[in-house]
Design a protein around this ligand. Structure first.
Ligand SMILES: Nc1ncnc2c1ncn2[C@@H]1O[C@H](COP(=O)(O)OP(=O)(O)OP(=O)(O)O)[C@@H](O)[C@H]1O
Ligand SMILES: NC(=O)c1ccc[n+]([C@@H]2O[C@H](COP(=O)(O)O)[C@@H](O)[C@H]2O)c1
Length: 271
């Protein structure tokens, strides 16, 4: 589906709003570089995560492999950043549940992924602002990466991790401002996972964004997976099993809170 039209293109503000009692999660962020000859990066996936699926988690593992084999980057950490409730996309469950599900998924199935609730628990924040927030927390507040056997600190580049459907929306008029695109693709860059069944092939999608080509990294899916949150929600509503499409503890959470099951009195409790 097309992303809702959004307004605003002022990404120059150094001031960030924050939810009450917010602290930036960094318990799994590696600030010590292993390969000083490489550029340290942090992967940030923005999206609804309603609910988070194995594909969302796989995107990070695909990115790790791609980065190791094809780039001079070193991945220092990875974050999901669930969008605010104000995004008002169909099927968007409350931020509280989406953040909880992402937290369960990352804490229980991964050693390195984290969830940043910053954008979820406040007014809608454009992706350019979200990436600025990460850049601020990681480089200004935490001081960036440290080189081995040295006090020297180095800037960690924030990189947007996304599916090819998201990059397709970047060439749709009115969805992203030119200023934001220049900020996201010019300053940060993006790793794009091919999305099975996506309307546009990746070459076409990136043609319109050619001036930032050097900062757009296309990753083919070597094992095709087209699980989507929409399909998971549909299955739950129809009382079909979603087991093995998303982590079991997330399914348990969905069942416990009767999520997505508004018209599914026949929802199979075993999943
Ligand atoms: N099957 C998939 N292949 C590649 N990328 C995906 C896939 N599913 C989700 N993504 C990517 O994951 C990120 C988070 O997406 P989001 O949570 O909005 O997921 P979604 O599954 O597309 O949601 P929905 O089905 O509710 O539209 C986006 O960058 C999206 O492109
Ligand atoms: N202008 C923007 O910053 C802009 C536009 C469209 C989508 N997005 C982001 O992309 C992510 C995924 O959106 P969709 O689920 O609508 O594809 C969300 O985090 C959303 O905030 C940002």
């Amino acid at each position: 589906m097309s992303a809702p039209l959004l307004e605003g293109n002022d990404n120059s503000s150094p001031h960030f709003t924050a939810p009450p009692n917010y602290t930036f999660p960094h318990h799994r962020l590696n600030l010590l570089q292993r390969y000083p000859e490489k550029q340290p990066i942090v992967l940030v996936a923005c999206g609804s995560f309603s609910p988070v699926t194995y594909l969302h988690l796989r995107m990070f593992e695909m990115a790790l492999d791609y980065v190791r084999q094809n780039t001079d980057f070193e991945v220092m950490g990875g974050y999901t950043s669930p969008v605010s409730d104000q995004y008002k996309k169909p099927g968007l469950l409350s931020a509280h549940h989406r953040v909880n599900m992402c937290t369960i998924a990352t804490e229980q199935t991964s050693q390195w992924l984290m969830v940043d609730p910053w954008e979820a628990f406040q007014s809608y924040q454009r992706t350019a602002v979200v990436l600025d927030h990460f850049d601020h927390e990681i480089n200004t507040v935490l001081g960036g990466a440290q080189l081995p056997s040295s006090d020297e600190r180095r800037h960690i580049r924030v990189v947007l991790l996304a599916g090819s459907d998201l990059i397709s929306t970047m060439s749709e008029p009115g969805v992203w401002s030119e200023t934001d695109l220049d900020h996201i693709l010019g300053k940060y860059g993006t790793l794009i996972v091919e999305r099975a069944g996506s309307d546009m092939d990746m070459d076409t999608a990136t043609e319109a964004l050619a001036r930032w080509r050097h900062n757009i990294f296309l990753m083919p899916q070597l094992i095709q997976n087209d699980v989507s949150s929409t399909k998971v929600r549909l299955f739950i509503r129809r009382g079909l099993s979603v087991r093995y499409l998303l982590p079991a503890p997330v399914i348990d959470y969905i069942e416990e809170h009767s999520l997505y099951a508004d018209d599914a009195s026949n929802y199979d409790k075993k999943g």
